[in-house]
Structures are given as structure tokens and as C-alpha cells.
Design a binder for this molecule. Structure first.
Ligand code: ASP
Ligand code: MG
Length: 440
């Protein structure tokens, strides 16, 4: 059994959804198909929820009506002009009636999760209606019945495994299952979600739970590229990445894959394939445990980084200083990405600025604190690159005119990270494209 996940743009237009129907019925292998919401829908639902949070019901209503209109056109085209009482129009009625009822209920966090869940519920039910119209046998599996997270918002893989296998056992002989990405049930039994972009995570968790032969992530680009195609000309798709390399790239900016979606696949050793709905024959990128291909694979960049610098003569020859510094970040649940130290100073980078003020205040007990905002981490990823001296040389050659703020090298064998001002990010990516890959 394999898992095939289709993102928002892959189901974003009626004809695209029809392409998906073709792709999932192309071969006889049993599969679980995981869908995102139609592109743009989750954003619209967030806007609706935000209007309700502010008590602006009329704007929320307007937005709901506009969305309903959009879905009516979508369903009409998908089902080629159905009559008023068709399955597709019933589906739309149900979900938009629900949104209209919500308008009358007082806002809560839990309610907003209910609103957000409508996107994936709609996309999967519409695909299911289309498949039924085409007489394609399939089962719609409600993600809410098996996808669960614990009190720390961590997926409960053991539980998912048990529940999913129970559900599948109820449908022996069936080979095509459709389910929602993104949505789940939390420890209080409420509707919840795996955060933005979480459908990839759903797919990987499901693949791990059923021990799938592969987890295919279908998007609108042919695999992961060696560099950011939105910022740099002449990028090339990468044939193969190890799980570690893919995790670094996904975390440090490659938007194609949700970073958390690597660990379930890695832990259960399920190959992940990044494929293109628009070009199904393209090779795409294979992510697996194979680490035989050495050398630099790709560069990626992550914006919005803040560097926090703590300078203290007390650090000189002292022990336990770093622990105290780290404890402050831990207290405010703020992950640190990069770190560099000298004998009297330590610099760390953070991505989540929510508690920056409090963090700085507490760090000032240990020394002088300074902040560099609007930085970008540029990350060079590959296999055993830290062992190859020429890579480092090429990296530094590509950075000659750049204000490098920090360098992290040797922490892992497959990553070199540099911190540069965000304003220079594009230039750095371009220069690395020629310096490391000979592409310009
Ligand atoms: N629909 C959700 C989002 O837009 C989940 C996903 O697409 O992965 O974030
Ligand atoms: Mg996505």
C-alpha cells in the first residue's frame, strides 16, 4: 500500500482535481490518498475566523458567501453542471450551512479549528463525489477517526497505527482510500490541526502507520531543487536526498515539504517521493535512507531570523555559563537554530521572536546583550560536505562581498550554515549557485 498526498494547487481547479482522479487510478496498487484544501481556502477560512474573533460578523458573512460562490462554480465544473440536488451541491450546502451556523455562536479557539477543518473536508468530499460519479470504487476515511495529537500537540503514532488499521480492516478488499490531510483530533477530543502546511505531515504519519511502500507528495514543481527557484535563475531538481538532508532543506526554507514530515518517514524507513502533478512523468526527488551519494546537494535560505549576542567577561574560563543562557530560551519555549561562541561571547539565532523582549531582559543578568534583526540563515546541505575541504573553500569564495554575521560548520556532516543580512540573501543564493554548482 502506498500513500499519495496532493497539495492545494493539485486540487485547486476542477480540471486539476480530475487529473488527480486519473493519477490515483492509474495503477492497481492499493493506496491512501491524502488531500489538502483547495488552494486559498485555508487562508479564507482563517480570515473568516479572524473576523469572528473580532466580532465582525458581517465581514465574516461576506467572506463565507464569496467562498460559497467560488465552490459552487468549482463543483459545477467538476461535475459538469449537476442538478440542484446532486451529491456535490448537498456537500456544499452542508459545509456552508455549518459556517453560517457558526456565525451565531460566540467565538472560541476550538471553534476556529472547526472552521479551518472545512477546507480539507470539502476537498475530500468533492473528490469522492467525482469518483462516485465516475463509478470508481473508493472509501472516504475520516481523518478525525484516526489522526490524533497529545497534550503537547505531538501526533500519537502508536494510536494512529491502531485506529487506522482497525478502520482499514472494516474495508477488506478495497484498494482506494481518500482522507483529509491537516486535520486531527486533540487530547480533549476536539477538532484540531497539524498547523499550516500540515497535510504533508499527515501523509508521512499515515505512511508510517500503515508501513507504506512509499509516501508520494504531489505538488506543482518537479521535486526539490538545488536552490530556490523563486529567487535564483537556473536551478535543477535533485534526484536523491537522504532523510537528514531533506530535513535540513525543509526546515531551512525549501517550501515544498513540511519539515516535520520527515521524521515519521525516517523512523519507519518509508521512501518519500516528491512528484509533480503537472508533469507526472518527471523523476522528481527521492528521499530515502540511502546515503551513498556524497557532496553538496542544495542550498536553502530562511528569513526572519534574529541573532542574539551575549557578551560577558564572566564567561571567561567559567563553566555552566552556556547552560544558564540556554535555560532562558528553554523557559520561553524558543528554539535556537545556530550558535557560535568565543571565549567571552555567545551568539545564537532564533526564528520565533514572540518572547524576545523577556529573553533579552533575563539575559542581561549575565552580560551585555545585543540584537541583529532581519537576518537570513543560508544553509548548504549535502552528504559529508564537512569532510571535504574544497566545499568550504568554494563557500567562502562565494561569500567574499557579503557581510557574514555567523558561520556554523562541523556540527553535522551534512550542513554548513551562514547567517547574512536578509537584504543580501538573494545575492548569496545566486553566488552559491555558480560557486558550488557551476550554474549561473
Ligand atoms: N490546508 C492547510 C494549509 O493550507 C494544510 C496544507 O495544505 O498542508 O496550511
Ligand atoms: Mg504544502
Amino acid at each position: 500500500m502506498k500513500v499519495m498526498k496532493f497539495g492545494g494547487t493539485s486540487v485547486g481547479k476542477p480540471e486539476r482535481m480530475q487529473d488527480v482522479a486519473n493519477l490515483i487510478t492509474n495503477d492497481i496498487e492499493s493506496k491512501i490518498v491524502v488531500l489538502s484544501a483547495v488552494s486559498g481556502t485555508t487562508n479564507s477560512l482563517i480570515e473568516i475566523s479572524d473576523f469572528l474573533a473580532k466580532g465582525d460578523r458581517s465581514s465574516a458573512k461576506q467572506k463565507i458567501d464569496a467562498l460559497e460562490q467560488q465552490y459552487k462554480l468549482f463543483a459545477d465544473e467538476l461535475m459538469s453542471h449537476p442538478e440542484a440536488n446532486s451529491p456535490a451541491s448537498k456537500i456544499l450546502n452542508e459545509h456552508f450551512e455549518f459556517l453560517n451556523i457558526i456565525l451565531k455562536i460566540s467565538y472560541s479557539e476550538a471553534l476556529s479549528k472547526d472552521i479551518l477543518a472545512q477546507g480539507e473536508l470539502l476537498s475530500t468530499r468533492l473528490l469522492s463525489a467525482y469518483l462516485s460519479k465516475k463509478n470508481i470504487k473508493h472509501i472516504l476515511l475520516p481523518a478525525m477517526e484516526f489522526m490524533t495529537i497529545d497534550g503537547n500537540e505531538e501526533p500519537q503514532i502508536g494510536n494512529i497505527k491502531v485506529k487506522l488499521s482497525q478502520l482499514l480492516k472494516q474495508h477488506v478488499g478495497q484498494s482506494l482510500f481518500i482522507t483529509q490531510g491537516f486535520i486531527c483530533r486533540n487530547s480533549k477530543g476536539e477538532v484540531d490541526n497539524l498547523k499550516r502546511g500540515g497535510s504533508d505531515y499527515s501523509a508521512s504519519l499515515i505512511a508510517a502507520a500503515v508501513n507504506a511502500t512509499a509516501c508520494e507528495i504531489w505538488t506543482d514543481i518537479s521535486g526539490m531543487h538545488n536552490n530556490d527557484p523563486r529567487l535564483v535563475k537556473n536551478t535543477i531538481p535533485i534526484d536523491h536526498l537522504s532523510f537528514d538532508e531533506a530535513a535540513e532543506l525543509a526546515y531551512f526554507g525549501a517550501k515544498i515539504l513540511h519539515p516535520a514530515s520527515i521524521w515519521p518517514a525516517q523512523q519507519y524507513n518509508i521512501p518519500v517521493k516528491l512528484l509533480n502533478t503537472m508533469e507526472p512523468q518527471a523523476r522528481g526527488t527521492l528521499i530515502s535512507e540511502d546515503v551513498s551519494v556524497k557532496g553538496v546537494k542544495a542550498v536553502a535560505a530562511k528569513d526572519g531570523i534574529t541573532a542574539v549576542n551575549i557578551r560577558s567577561s564572566r564567561m571567561l574560563l567559567a563553566y555552566g555559563f552556556l547552560r544558564k543562557v540556554f535555560e532562558v530560551f528553554e523557559k520561553y519555549r524558543t528554539p535556537i537554530d545556530m550558535i557560535t561562541t568565543s571565549e567571552v561571547a555567545v551568539s545564537v539565532t532564533i526564528d520565533n521572536k514572540t518572547s524576545l523582549k523577556n529573553i533579552v531582559k533575563e539575559l542581561e543578568n549575565f552580560g551585555t546583550v545585543s540584537i541583529d534583526k532581519d537576518q537570513a540563515i543560508v544553509c548548504i546541505v549535502g552528504n559529508e560536505i564537512a569532510e571535504d575541504a574544497t566545499t568550504l573553500q568554494k563557500v567562502f569564495n562565494s561569500l567574499q562581498n557579503i557581510d557574514v554575521r555567523m558561520v556554523s560548520y562541523g556540527g553535522s556532516a551534512h550542513n554548513i550554515s551562514v547567517l547574512v543580512p536578509s537584504a543580501q540573501k538573494q545575492l548569496v543564493l545566486q553566488q552559491l549557485n555558480s560557486g558550488l554548482f557551476g550554474l549561473s
